[in-house]
Ligand binder design. Structure first.
Ligand code: WTA
Length: 662
């Protein structure tokens, strides 16, 4: 395991919390000084039972209160929270606000075509969630069954998740940019009998054949009995009368109330697949009470959400960010959440900023890749919009470079907003390192300080020894269980133990490198395993390599991440061809790109494909990816020890080839 890319430029200026939060025009921040943060943090670590009991009772509604706060340990991998408590997530996210204030807006739906925003009140949301729950019950689904959701960014995607949660069904949302074969793999692994989808999707006016992809996937999923289809575009799609059901027809027949099923705090809520070091994605399993508590209180404290706020997270519901911060976190606080179906540059690059202006968004949360891409398109798009409603602007998914941070702070925040760079993972369920807007002075490029209850340790990657004190660099680990951590990998608890808990016994291993600077601030250095982060999307090198190797022309493949100004990393694939391949290089490359898109989806498309005669290998034949990574990063002069190479002469050719294309 190596930690590379250490020379991230560090900006030393410290930016105090947004002063506008204290001038009386905005609600007073929940946490309004660094001392208050430190006191609460200390309590969360030293007296976790008292701290979490208060958090759980103050922020969630329990149908049966818990008497036991925590059990299990990271050593054993048997962590559980609030075990004898019962609650229902859909009740917490919908009913309690529909009862208190039915006309309050739950979702603002900004459709792909601008000018068509729809507002969903909590009353309407409750009715629709109940109807869909009743439809799912009519399909014979019962508590514990899984339902796959493959939908565009429309309110009905969130309704589907909440309808599952209402009945104790386990949802597995699959990002609708994944290919039929990726969808099939996830549906099979989760054992879903039902898929919820739409006829088509629309993104930046482009049509996505959502239902057709489901039809293709279902061919290899014999267990799927029902496909519930929401009509989004209304274009004609193939319809199998024995299996497919129209959403509007089925929901019309159902009563708009369905009692929420109280479930145990430790009953599963969802599976969400994410890439790891091997080719097969892992189904990360989150449970009910701990997950909801994590999503709720991070949304509350890290975004400083108050009554009346309009919160916008641009992530797709198919990713964890969409789960925690489009759906569960904001709704559990009774806030208004914006569902954005389009892309930031459609119809022009002011789309995000017009959205903020039109809906008077108070917190805006997006990814560094979008910030960098918009920054390159010039300031005029952002300058012309009224962004005065914003108080907090957030970033997630990958390290944000100081230049992008400063542009976000100055141009979008107008120097008047707190920037929250939030570090977390699918596995952590909610933020683990992040500033609090009214408390934490920010340093551009640093995710700052740990959230409540997160006991961060920096470990020596080789010995596993803890690196104490400040000014240290190592791998990021967490020493104590926290409520919203994953509980297992669906169907493979051993993989859960091997991936997260065994590498450094007694710790959760995050897979990222980290520096703790002289002031105790954390700087995330990127993955230390074989995971590539492209535009904030995680992909494993093995996954892409397996897709490439399926091609009849390919003998070997090695995939690494190469630095990219906009997407953070890009996929760079090295290929050796089988003997006797007669196709031209261009033909082979075209075929390979098509193969990856079909096997995984467009997000995995290699940006750089290099056909070589030989790959750098050890004498035992193992590909040395470290060398490939250095060469594509333009650091061929820093290859370090190459004595393990079986044939050092290949280096010169390799470097020449790479320099010709990168
Ligand atoms: C990376 C997304 C630096 C990191 C929520 C992590 C970040 C992986 C940040 C998880 C950040 C996420 N700064 N790196 N603020 N946020 N990452 O599971 O490498 O899709 O391990 O969850 O993204 O990606 P995932």
């Amino acid at each position: 395991m190596t930690i590379e890319n250490m020379n991230v430029s560090e900006e030393n200026t410290v930016y105090p919390p947004n002063p506008a939060l204290f001038n009386g025009t905005a609600p007073k921040p929940w946490i309004s000084s660094l001392e208050q943060y430190r006191e609460m943090y200390k309590e969360s670590i030293e007296q976790p039972d008292a701290f979490w009991t208060r958090m759980a009772l103050d922020n969630l509604s329990w149908s049966r209160p818990f008497t036991k706060v925590r059990q299990g340990s990271l050593d054993e991998g048997d962590v559980a929270w609030f075990v004898d408590g019962e609650l229902n997530i859909s009740y917490n996210c919908v009913d309690r606000w529909a009862e208190a204030d039915p006309e309050r807006v739950a979702f603002v739906y900004e459709a792909d075509e601008p000018g068509n925003a729809q507002k969903w009140t909590y009353r309407r949301l409750l009715q629709e969630v109940c109807r869909v729950s009743n439809v799912l019950t009519s399909f014979g689904l019962r508590k514990g069954d899984t339902v796959a959701i493959y939908m565009p960014m429309i309110p009905e995607a969130a309704v589907s998740m909440l309808a599952c949660a209402r009945l104790g069904l386990v949802h597995t949302v699959v990002f609708a940019g994944f290919s039929a074969s990726s969808l099939a793999e996830r549906v099979q692994d989760a054992g879903s009998r039902v898929i919820i989808t739409a006829d088509e999707g629309l993104r930046g006016s482009k049509i996505i054949k959502t239902k057709a992809i489901v039809d293709e996937a279902v061919q290899s999923c014999p267990k799927v009995e029902r496909v519930l289809v929401f009509r989004r575009t209304g274009n004609e799609v193939a319809f199998n009368k024995d299996r497919d059901v129209w959403w509007h027809e089925a929901t019309d027949k159902q009563r708009p109330y369905c009692p929420p099923v109280p479930v145990s705090a430790e009953d599963p809520l969802f599976l969400l697949y994410t890439s790891g070091s091997t080719g097969k994605p892992k189904g990360v399993l989150h449970t009910t009470g701990g997950y909801l508590l994590g999503a709720t209180i991070t949304a509350k404290y890290v975004f400083d959400i108050h009554a009346g706020d309009v919160f916008c997270c641009t992530a797709d519901i198919g990713w964890i960010t969409g789960h925690s911060y489009v759906v569960y976190g904001p709704l559990s606080l009774g806030a208004t959440s914006v569902i954005f179906e389009s892309v930031p540059t459609y119809p022009d690059p002011s789309r995000y900023w017009k959205l903020v202006e039109e809906h008077k968004i108070t917190q805006f949360y997006t990814a560094p890749t979008a910030i960098r891409a918009l920054r390159r398109l010039g300031d005029s798009w952002v300058d012309k919009c009224d962004l005065s409603s914003l108080r907090v602007i957030g970033s997630v998914g990958e390290p944000i470079n100081p230049e992008a941070w400063l542009w976000y702070y100055n141009k979008v925040g107008r120097g008047n907003c707190s920037v929250v760079d939030t570090y977390w993972q699918t596995e952590t369920g909610s933020h683990v390192i992040a500033p609090l807007p009214g408390a934490t002075p920010a340093k551009p490029g640093s995710a700052t300080l740990p959230f409540f209850g997160i006991d961060v340790a920096v470990l020596d990657p080789l010995t596993g020894k803890e690196l104490e004190g400040n000014g240290v660099t190592g791998v990021l680990a967490i020493r104590k269980p926290w409520p919203s951590m994953l509980r297992t990998v669906g169907g493979d608890h051993k993989r859960f133990l091997d991936t997260y808990l065994k590498p450094y016994p007694g710790h959760y291993f995050a897979g990222d490198g980290v520096t703790r600077d002289e002031e105790g601030y954390y700087w995330i250095r990127g993955r230390v395993d074989d995971v590539i982060n492209v535009s904030g999307h995680r992909l494993s090198t093995a996954e892409v390599e397996s897709a490439l190797i399926l091609s009849p022309s390919v003998a070997e493949s090695a995939v690494v991440g190469s630095p990219d100004e906009v997407t953070g990393q890009a996929i760079c694939a090295f290929i050796t061809l089988k003997d006797g391949v007669s196709a031209t290089e261009e033909e082979v490359k075209k075929e390979l790109v098509a193969a990856v898109r079909k096997q995984i989806g467009p997000i995995a498309t290699p940006k750089i494909l290099i056909i070589v005669d030989d790959l750098p290998k050890t004498r035992s034949g193992k590909i040395i990816r470290r060398i490939l990574r250095k060469v594509v990063a333009g650091e061929a002069d820093q290859l370090g020890d190459v004595s393990t190479l079986s044939d050092p002469s290949i280096l010169k050719v390799l470097i020449e080839k790479v320099n010709a294309v990168v």
